[in-house]
Design a protein around this ligand. Sequence first.
Ligand code: G3P
Ligand code: MG
Length: 245
Amino acid sequence: MKLDIPPIVGHRGAKASSPENTLPAIEEAHRQGATWIEFDAKLTKDGVPILMHDETLDRCTTGKGNVADHTLAQIRELDAGAWFGPQFKGTKVPTLEEAMALMAKLGMGFNIEIKPCPGREAETARISCALVEKLWPKSSPIPVVSSFKHLSLAAAKAHSAHLPRGYLAEELIGDWLEAVKVLDCTTIHPGFRKLTQAQVRTAKDAGYPVLVWTVNEAPKAKELLSWGVDALITDAPGAIGAAVK
Ligand code: G3P
Ligand code: MG
């Protein structure tokens, strides 16, 4: 499978300088020179994939309570930008469909992280992947579908087998390479804190691109690239991109 992942991937858009997982965050990542972003997808009560990291609305919107208890119409009433700064007031929580339309327009690619509410692991992957398959232009770079949840990765494989899957883990522990193979993943996405050079070598020797998160410091970024890491998922794509040039 031909992947076209650049060395710098904006995290939740460009999380350091815009309200995460919103359309302005995608635009900001693009403005900073990122050609790919990572974002989190979960379902509304009525089953619509939206961009949202947390299980609750509290931190990133003017709403309160569980995302899974609110319909899209209710969530669209909320402000998802004012918490970050007054210049972002009026920003809405985007649907996956809106985010894909913007990224296609900007010529960007993406890593969709399936971030299900508890109990909705398979459903979130199935519905989100189906929408990606339906709406994402075939001429654009093929997206990577990642998740911490093995049930989500398994559902992605079952329903949208040709979309590449990313094995997401805070830390590569136990027989992680076997898990990557069992889940039939194409890429490996470890957190940077406990990652070792030997693990990167093992992953690369086995033929897997490695995308590391969330790398916001230039010396660490350079070290990871020197280990052979393929991509850095960063809150500050402009600054980290410039630092590793
Ligand atoms: O996909 C990489 C990273 O986003 C995983 O952690 O909590 O930021 O979604 P989190
Ligand atoms: Mg994420």
